[in-house]
Design a protein. Structure first.
Length: 361
């Protein structure tokens, strides 16, 4: 059955989605999930009763139907979780939100609705007190006026005014009785609610104390885990340093292995060179004899070289003398050519003169 009938004047004023939990009634410590998944949670306002409710429905099941009173408090227990106690439902509701922002909005709306409920309660109390005071004043004034009329008026006036005054007084007394009865019933109701709220506050205080003790226990466990984590980190750092040292040693061993292979290769090359030197040592006497023959040949070649050098010097002298004679010949040839050029010019002039003479004749 829906907690909000179709004919009701309740209207949703704020809606969000959250995971709903209720406190375990047996232990008052653990949370029991009331919904398998996130459901719609809404604030409803009843204009006829001037009241506010938080309502949530999971399918056909009503999991939250909590009327908000001024004594309720919404508490944020983490960044995404909040709770409030409902004395009428004798339970504590918890809501898990997807984000901290949604939790903040829900808490702000809870505070607004709580203030509105408080204001509505204060106004209703003021109306009750005003009606009660008015009834009492009417009751006190009516007898005095009746007494004044009976003292100052005649018997005819008493007969004419006594009936309506008594009827008015009776109606006012009836209203006062009804108001007093309502006031006494409201007082009893408020006393019951106050007792229920006190019991709920006591349970909530016990739950908060237990929660604080569990928080301290978890804090100690957290600090112990943190210390253990720090120790593990230091051990991991030491192991990483050891691994680095081992890797360095492996690199050094690899370098030494490569150097050893290089030295073995060089040793093999040296052994080959030594073997070749041994082979060459065996042919040294033959090489010595060949060297002696070569030295003799070299001496003969040096002697021939000296003879050739003498011949070259002689040829150089002859070449220089030949060059000198050629230079003299070139000089004489140039002089002869100059003289020849002069003679040719003279012949050319002479020919031109003969040509002119032949033309003149």
């Amino acid at each position: 059955i829906s907690p909000v009938p179709p004919y009701s004047r309740e209207q949703p004023i704020f809606t969000t989605r959250a995971h709903v939990f209720q406190i375990d009634p047996s232990t008052k410590k653990n949370w029991v999930p009331a919904s398998k998944q996130a459901v719609t949670v809404s604030y409803f306002y009843d204009s006829t009763r001037n009241s506010y409710r938080i309502i949530s429905v999971d399918g056909a099941k009503v999991i939250i139907n909590s009327t908000i009173t001024p004594n309720m408090t919404f508490t944020k227990t983490s960044q995404k979780f909040g709770q409030w106690a409902d004395s009428r439902a004798n339970t504590v509701f918890g809501l898990g939100f997807p984000s901290e922002q949604q939790l903040t909005k829900f808490a702000e709306k809870f505070q607004e609705v709580k203030e509105a409920a408080k204001l509505a309660r204060d106004r209703s109390q003021e109306k009750i007190e005003t009606s009660s005071n008015h009834s009492q004043e009417s009751g006190r004034e009516t007898p005095s006026s009746t007494r004044a009329s009976s003292v100052n008026g005649t018997d005819d006036e008493k007969a004419s005014h006594g009936g309506p005054a008594e009827a008015h007084l009776k109606s006012e007394n009836d209203k006062l009785k009804i108001a007093l009865a309502q006031s006494s019933s409201n007082v009893k109701k408020w006393e019951t609610e106050l007792q229920t709220l006190r019991e709920s506050n006591a349970r909530l205080t016990t739950a908060l104390q237990e929660s604080a003790a569990s928080i301290e226990h978890w804090k100690k466990q957290f600090s112990a885990c943190k210390e253990e984590n720090d120790q593990l980190r230091s051990k991991i750092e030491e192991l990483e340093e050891q691994c680095n040292e081992i890797n360095k040693e492996k690199e050094r061993n690899a370098q030494l292995s490569r150097r050893l292979q290089e030295l073995e290769t060089e040793l093999q090359d040296k052994e080959l060179e030594l073997e070749e030197l041994r082979k060459q040592g065996e042919i040294i006497p033959q090489l010595m004899s060949e060297c002696e023959s070569v030295s003799q040949q070299l001496q003969a070649a040096e002697k021939k070289n000296k003879d050739l050098e003498e011949k070259v010097r002689t040829l150089r002298t002859e070449v220089e003398e030949s060059k000198h004679r050629q230079t003299n010949l070139k000089t004489e040839l140039k002089n002869f050519l100059d003289v020849l050029d002069g003679k040719i010019d003279e012949l050319h002039d002479f020919r031109q003169g003969l040509s002119k003479l032949g033309i003149d004749n």
